[in-house]
Design a protein around this ligand. Structure first.
Ligand code: OSB
Ligand code: MG
Length: 389
């Protein structure tokens, strides 16, 4: 039987020269209105308070994003908890002496429990910096193999079935390769059935964001007749055991999102047969190190993975594109065009999706996009600097 240990990815990102002396970290909270409200089983939002992290060193600036939301509804982290944990613990740990590699960063963070999104925000900014130093794209740096990645769209709960059907058509027309419907009790079997009836052959999946319990097992079984690609996170955000019961009872593959917070948890999920597919989000798992390790574990076992999304700005999205270029990301990711979320994005050019339902992975150094600092400044609500003595 597979053990927990020994699945730590060997990370790139050791700097050929000497360790980098980081000058300081800037934390910016930037309010971006969404083009339309996004509703899931846990709530509805009209805008995203985007948490951008930048790190300066040697005349370069690396960019990352903390994907936590304002309220602890998807996970316990919030913008506020991440600000606190970065300010008090994580930023001091990387500023106290020069930082040599991603492994070095992971070691300095390891003693702090949890707060994966906060850790990932800093790690993303640091890896962008490393990639710029080495004049490599993020994708090249982590071993990505694909210049373009297949993408899907995640459609929130709509006020009416007809508005959902319109959006399904709209995104299929744009070429998106997979439609994911957010579901909850009262917005599930009938809605999914109608979408499937109109589009018999599309890749269709559903995401419950923990809206069900084992008592709903018979109800969930009704989804089996729609040939879904997967059902994402039907049960509690931290459950593995009961998901194994659901997976056993359903033909539809279960995909875990919220429950997979580390490679150790991914390993447990696979050993317990809690799911057949894993959604990887860099923020949820605490950074590239864990994301790569989960990818490697699943790839070895032939378990498909795909890149999840958190309604990121272009900066988080650029990192997602790099991650999704790894060979094991065989299913379309929740990496939609910038215009699906925002009227204007913080990067240039913005992310676009081609008619064939793919998005390009940048090959320029670092995140590979320009950062629109003027637009960011216009939308910034608060800004905080750490370091810069
Ligand atoms: O469960 O995948 C999720 C957005 C916010 C929080 C959780 C989730 C989502 C999405 C949107 O489904 C994915 C996207 O960024 O397009
Ligand atoms: Mg999800």
């Amino acid at each position: 039987m597979q053990q927990d240990a020994g699945i730590v990815a060997s990370l790139p990102g050791s700097i050929a020269g000497s360790p980098l002396r980081l000058e300081g970290v800037v934390l910016r909270l930037v309010r971006l209105p969404l083009c339309e409200p996004f509703e899931t089983s846990f709530g509805r939002i009209d805008s995203r308070l985007i948490f951008l992290v930048s790190i300066d060193a040697g005349g370069l600036r690396g960019w990352g994003e903390v994907v936590a939301q304002e309220e602890p509804l998807y996970s316990y982290e919030t913008v506020g908890t991440a600000l606190h944990v970065i300010r008090e613990f994580l930023a001091p740990a990387i500023l106290k002496q020069p930082l040599g590699s991603l492994d070095d960063l992971a070691r300095r963070f390891a003693r702090f429990k949890g707060h994966n999104m906060a850790k990932a925000g800093l790690e993303l900014a640091f890896i962008d910096l490393l990639a710029q130093v080495e004049r490599q794209s993020l994708s090249a740096m982590i071993g990505g193999t694909r210049p373009r990645v297949p993408v899907g769209v995640s459609l929130g709960i709509q006020p009416t079935l007809s508005s959902l059907l319109d959006r399904v058509e709209q995104y299929l027309d744009l070429g998106y390769q997979r439609i994911k419907l957010k579901i909850k009790p009262g917005w599930d079997v009938d809605v999914v059935g109608e979408v499937r009836r109109r589009h018999p052959a599309i890749l269709l999946s559903v995401d419950a964001n923990s809206a069900y319990s084992l008592e709903d097992l018979d109800h969930l079984r009704r989804l089996d007749e729609f040939s879904l690609l997967m059902i994402e996170q039907p049960l509690d955000h931290d459950d593995l055991l009961d998901h194994a019961v659901v997976q056993k009872a359903l033909n539809t593959p279960v995909c875990l999102d919220e429950s997979i917070t580390s490679v150790r948890r991914a390993n447990h999920a696979l050993r317990m047969q809690s799911c057949r597919i894993i959604n990887i989000k860099i923020g949820r798992v605490g950074g590239y190190s864990q994301a790569l390790a989960i990818h490697n574990l699943c790839h070895k076992q032939g378990v498909p993975v795909w890149c999840g999304g958190m309604l990121e700005s272009g900066i988080g999205r650029a990192h997602n594109l790099a991650l999704a270029s790894l060979p094991g990301f065989t299913l379309p990711g929740d990496i939609s065009a910038s215009s699906r979320y925002f009227t204007r994005d913080v990067i240039e050019p913005e992310v676009t999706v081609c008619r064939d339902g793919t998005a390009g992975v940048p090959s320029a150094p670092g995140i590979g996009f320009g950062v629109d600092v003027d637009f960011i400044a216009e939308c910034t609500e608060t800004i905080e600097q750490i370091g810069y003595q």
